[in-house]
Ligand binder design. Structure first.
Ligand code: FAD
Length: 489
């Protein structure tokens, strides 16, 4: 029995009801000394870590703090609108959020509205799961010209991320070049080229849908530093490109030299991926497919062995007119092969450049250890180095790679580390902690009003109803102000 509980036993008649001490007058008086944990960030990492803790221990209470008024992180603002099945994880997250031992506090920017140290004082443990909200820059001249965007912002724009609302990308050019060949690059290419008749039934934002309806982009080149055997996308995303209605692949067969011969020795997933690429690039298709390709007015192509060196400006110097690519060759083979320059360059005329070379985590609070080289919080199995009581999960822990299932695994690992520390007495839970009670008071003095889960449900309801009226699963609210207005009306 903890000291706090002992002190009050016998003084007043206390009953244990749900997770709080309640006086016989039915009023919550103070929080118990049950382990109180808070999670920063409500993306998959935040929710999966919370879920595993709640399932793993009958006593732990978890509060989730989120910067935006709406939960679910990249499931809402990253996953492509035409991948609704991926978003089904929201149902599991909602169950967690509604659990009696879980609370959601949106509209709280940790590092700004409340510090990590303040959270550590109020909770037995703090788990940082705030993802990777920065983007890697290409570091080439011309990168800041109009017409150059990061995939992070472009994706945020079509998915309704409030900070990307004003992006209004110029889609009046014929050719777009995407730098990077991961799944995010393929998502962007697919959205640029998809028939809007398909997109109009998704939760893509209305301004993005309208811009895409007017888009003049007919050709998308997806550029990678290395070769077909090193491409970073997965087969599902590539197959979606190969079968995208109204489009034809436009590859350079020379890029595939020696690939057929390498096929038998490849591990199975890469083998299947490579076979699909070869089918699109070099094999003569069946008559029906040839006919489909002939009728297609749009094209996409993977360009290998190319690195960006310069964004070429328009004659008046105001916007992008093309990109200069250095031609590479490979040193070594397989996954470990390195791209080295040949000294040759090639210019591609284009009006739109989208760099999809990776997200990166940012430091939100100077008190948190941060490895700025790797852009992660240094940790061992989710335990932040030299910071007892501080943990991390998700992309902040591993770097921005992997799908939601990968994030699930690494988040469960972090939850396990935390529970092991509790069991081993390495995490002191003997003294009662104030948890959200004191944090909410602190936030109130700072003029910050959290959005609780039932507030989010009001936003959810409004968005679904707005969507229903135009045949979409949801029409997202696009500004924080509008979200807050709906949440609190
Ligand atoms: P996030 O999802 O980014 O969540 C972090 C949360 O922290 C956000 O809600 C953010 O608002 C919040 N936050 C940030 N800063 C603060 C702060 N200071 N205070 C409080 N809260 C804060 N995976 C799939 O399986 N299928 C897909 O189709 C797929 N598509 C993807 C498409 C894109 C464009 C991207 C980028 C990723 C995609 N993924 C997909 C991968 C998947 O989204 C990630 O694995 C997962 O979202 C990582 O989870 P996370 O919780 O670490 O980060």
């Amino acid at each position: 029995m903890c000291a706090f509980k002992r002190l009050f036993t016998g003084v007043t008649l206390w009953t244990w009801r749900r997770s709080r001490w309640i006086s016989r007058h039915g009023k919550a008086v103070f929080s118990s000394c049950k382990p109180k944990v808070c999670v920063v960030g409500s993306g998959p990492a935040g929710f999966y870590t919370a879920q595993h803790l709640i399932k793993g221990r009958h006593d732990v209470e978890v509060d989730i703090y989120e910067r935006l008024p709406v939960p679910f992180g990249l499931v809402r603002f990253g996953v492509a609108p035409d991948h609704p099945e991926v978003k089904n994880v929201i149902n599991t997250f909602t169950q967690t959020a509604k659990h009696a031992r879980c609370n959601f506090y949106g509209n709280v920017d940790v590092g700004k509205d409340v510090s990590v140290q303040e959270l550590q004082q109020a909770y037995h443990a703090v788990i940082l799961s705030y993802g990777a909200e920065g983007n890697r820059r290409m570091g080439i001249p011309g990168e800041d010209l109009a017409g150059v965007y990061s995939a992070k912002d472009f994706v945020g724009w079509y998915n309704g991320l409030p900070s990307c609302r004003e992006l209004s990308p110029n889609l009046s050019c014929e050719t777009a070049v995407i730098l990077g060949q991961g799944n995010v690059a393929l998502d962007v290419a697919r959205i640029l080229l998809s028939p809007t008749d398909i997109l109009k039934n998704t939760d893509i934002t209305q301004p993005a849908l309208e811009a895409l309806m007017e888009s003049k982009v007919r050709r998308v080149l997806i550029v990678g530093r290395r070769g077909p055997l090193q491409i970073a996308c997965t087969i599902k995303e590539l197959r979606e490109m190969v079968t995208l209605p109204g489009t034809r692949p436009e590859m350079m067969p020379a890029d595939f030299e020696g690939v057929l011969e390498a096929l038998p020795d490849l591990p199975r997933p890469r083998k299947r991926l490579t076979e699909l690429m070869l089918k699109a690039a070099v094999k003569l298709p069946l008559e029906e497919e040839q006919e489909r390709r002939r009728k297609s007015s749009r094209s996409w192509g993977l360009r290998f062995f190319r690195s960006p060196v310069l964004v070429l400006p328009s004659p008046d110097g105001t916007r992008t007119a093309g990109i200069r690519l250095a031609v590479n060759k490979l040193q070594g083979s397989g996954e470990a092969a390195r791209a080295v320059l040949t000294g040759n360059v090639e210019d591609v005329t284009c009006g739109l450049v989208i760099s999809s070379i990776g997200y990166k985590s940012l430091l939100i609070d100077p008190s948190v250890p941060f490895d700025s080289g790797k852009a992660i919080v240094p940790n061992q199995m989710g335990r932040v180095q030299q910071s007892p009581g501080l943990y991390c999960s998700g992309w902040l822990k591993t770097g921005p790679t992997g799908v939601i299932a990968t994030t699930l695994n690494n988040s469960f690992d972090t939850a396990r580390s935390l529970m092991e520390d509790m069991d081993a007495g390495k995490l002191d839970t003997s003294a009662a902690k104030s948890g959200s009670q004191s944090i909410r008071k602190l936030l109130e003095t700072r003029g910050v009003k959290p959005v609780i889960f039932s507030d989010w449900e009001k936003i959810d309801d409004v968005e679904m109803r707005m969507g229903e009226s135009v045949g979409k699963p949801r029409e997202k609210l696009l500004t924080v102000e509008k979200m807050l207005q709906v949440a609190w009306e």
